[in-house]
Design a protein around this ligand. Structure first.
Ligand code: PLP
Length: 392
């Protein structure tokens, strides 16, 4: 099958929910991808933050293969080793107490929302189910996580949306106080807003927010679907903010390309979702859990230090290029936003870069770079060279 045949097949049989670039991806190695015709692409996108350890990782493929031969699925009615061992790894490295596994970011956030509402219900009864989220946030595509998302463009078509969310401008404690009330049980936020434009939160604001949450007995829920699993240079971004969330969601990068997501709860919240209160048929699937085990082992302390170093290298190099279409950079680790200036939009710039062999993302009005965390310096330099030649 060639590219045109594949595009025709997609258009005939697949719901056209995605505005795809006119590019197909066939296979990859490291942080380098190839299309059906054999054209090469350097990947600064990781399948939207998913392929955390790149493509063609031998240990990852072997762990998946071995687990598939042994047991592909068993249901959560029975104990099995892979999810339990994964939960231990996640808890030991994050300082959290217990994990729940699902299959995606939105599902993870749904679990976190349910946890917060049940915490409050158990303690105070009905009427305290409101969750405060931030303007410009992104929390997912289910009806409830769309409602949680603090961007009006997402609150369309699918009425009625779920009740119980109010929004505050990020960075301002006054804005939080304005929407606070006796009906609130939690605050949910991203520490670096991803889809919103790669916007890191001010540590002083996060500190003040954590103090307020403790005073009001609101749970502090951190959506680390994009920032988690090493993306920002620590296993979770909250570890750089000096806070201990009540619950943290994760997904995208955790299994290196297989679908998995989940929630980690701290000691006081570990038992809120008791037997019968929450479940997921595929959650903690043995193959996905085996893959995630390899991802976590690969992202050891040395590798995480390199995530920070590679991130600063990329940002410095881009700023030094002095390109007329790009401005300053921002972000944490290998989660990088680049300001777009000049005539062309971020989408137009991304389309040109992709045509020239560098896969990049957009977010808000910025270009967004999320390379695999294991990308080599050679691949980084090849990608930066394409950026420079394309955008001059
Ligand atoms: C991608 C993302 C989600 C949604 O994840 P899905 O796996 O697409 O459901 C939620 N929150 C954040 C911060 C994300 O970046």
């Amino acid at each position: 099958m060639d590219h045109q045949e594949l595009v025709a097949l997609d258009h005939q049989y697949v719901m056209q929910t995605y505005g795809r670039f006119d590019v197909d991806i066939d296979h990859g190695q490291g942080a380098t991808l190839y299309d059906l015709a054999g054209k090469k692409y350097i990947d600064f996108s990781s399948g939207i933050g998913v392929n955390s350890i790149g493509y063609g990782n031998q240990k990852w493929a072997e762990a998946i293969t071995q687990q598939a031969m042994k047991l592909g699925h068993s249901s959560n009615l029975f104990y099995s080793q892979p999810y339990a061992q994964l939960a231990r790894k996640l808890c030991e490295r994050s300082g959290m107490a217990a994990a729940f596994f699902g299959n995606s970011g939105a599902e993870a956030n749904e679990g976190m929302i349910k946890l917060a509402r049940k915490y409050s219900y158990d303690k105070y009864g009905k009427g305290r189910g409101t969750i405060l989220t931030l303007r410009n946030s992104f929390h997912g595509r289910t009806i409830t996580t769309l409602t949680a998302t603090g961007q009006d463009v997402f609150h369309n078509y699918f009425f009625p949306f779920t009740d119980g969310f109010r929004y505050a401008q990020a960075g301002s404690m006054d804005a939080i106080q304005e929407v606070a009330g006796h009906d609130v049980c939690a605050v949910m936020l991203e520490l670096v807003q991803g889809e919103g434009g790669v916007l890191p939160m001010d540590p002083a604001y996060i500190h003040d927010l954590a103090v307020l949450c403790a005073e009001r007995d609101w749970l502090l829920l951190v959506d680390e679907v994009q920032t988690g699993i090493g993306r920002t240079g620590t296993l979770f971004a909250f570890q750089q903010y000096g806070i201990i969330p009540d619950a943290v969601s994760f997904a995208k990068g955790v299994a290196g390309g297989l679908p998995m997501g989940g929630v980690l709860a701290n000691e006081r919240c570990r038992d809120i979702l008791g037997p019968g209160s929450h479940a997921s048929t595929f959650g903690g699937n043995p193959i996905c859990a085996a893959a995630a085990g390899v991802v976590l082992d690969t992202l050891d302390e040395d590798t995480l230090v390199q995530v920070t170093e590679k991130g600063s290298y990329i940002r410095t190099r881009i700023e030094q290029m002095g390109l007329s279409s790009l401005g300053t950079t921002r972000g944490l680790g290998l989660m990088i936003g680049v300001e777009v200036k000049g005539e062309e939009s971020n989408k137009e710039l991304a389309a040109r870069l992709i045509r020239n062999g560098l896969l990049v993302l957009t977010a808000g009005k910025a270009l967004r770079l999320l390379p695999p965390l294991t990308i080599s310096m050679e691949e980084i330099d090849q990608g930066l060279a394409i950026l420079k030649e394309t955008l001059v």
